[in-house]
Unconditional design. Structure first.
Length: 154
């Protein structure tokens, strides 16, 4: 994994985009490491934020689309999710709907939320807009903290 991170760092903004996309999809990956190293190398933080947000959001949209293309039963079978856990997720999605997209930045849980939102066919435009806002805010807070500006967030 470390060598992949080093390769992505070598690609600058595009490496940030790819790492953020991987982290935003179902694959486990740490785009934060790439971001912090690139920032330490003097890369423009606002451009980093742009590439990270776009890549991570596109990765999240793939999670939503996975939900659209499957059924709750298939997700339970593939990921070995207990029926009680699936029921809890369904209740949350029914209660909060597209607003759950704001929480999709949370590692591991965020991908499950997006897949659930896709399965439940939540309004795609609002759901993905909320997901984009949540993920962009996460990267903005990370950047501000790394720059020493956002110490109140850490």
């Amino acid at each position: 994994m470390e060598s992949l991170i080093n390769i992505l760092i070598g690609y600058g903004f595009w490496g940030m985009f790819i790492s953020a996309f991987l982290a935003g999809s179902i694959l486990p990956f740490s785009s934060e490491t790439v971001m912090i190293v690139l920032l330490a190398m003097g890369v423009n933080p606002w451009q980093l934020l742009l590439y990270a947000s776009i890549g991570n959001s596109l990765g999240g949209i793939t999670c939503y689309c996975v939900g659209l293309l499957t059924t709750p039963q298939r997700v339970q079978q593939i990921f070995r999710i207990k029926p009680s856990s699936m029921e809890k997720a369904n209740r949350l999605v029914l209660r909060w709907g597209p607003w759950m997209g704001l929480l999709c930045w949370i590692p591991f849980l965020g991908d499950a939320i997006l897949v659930s939102l896709g399965i439940m066919r939540c309004r795609p435009i609002l759901t993905n807009l909320m997901m984009i806002v949540g993920r962009t805010l996460r990267y903005a807070i990370l950047l501000l903290s790394a720059l020493g500006i956002g110490r109140i967030f850490v």
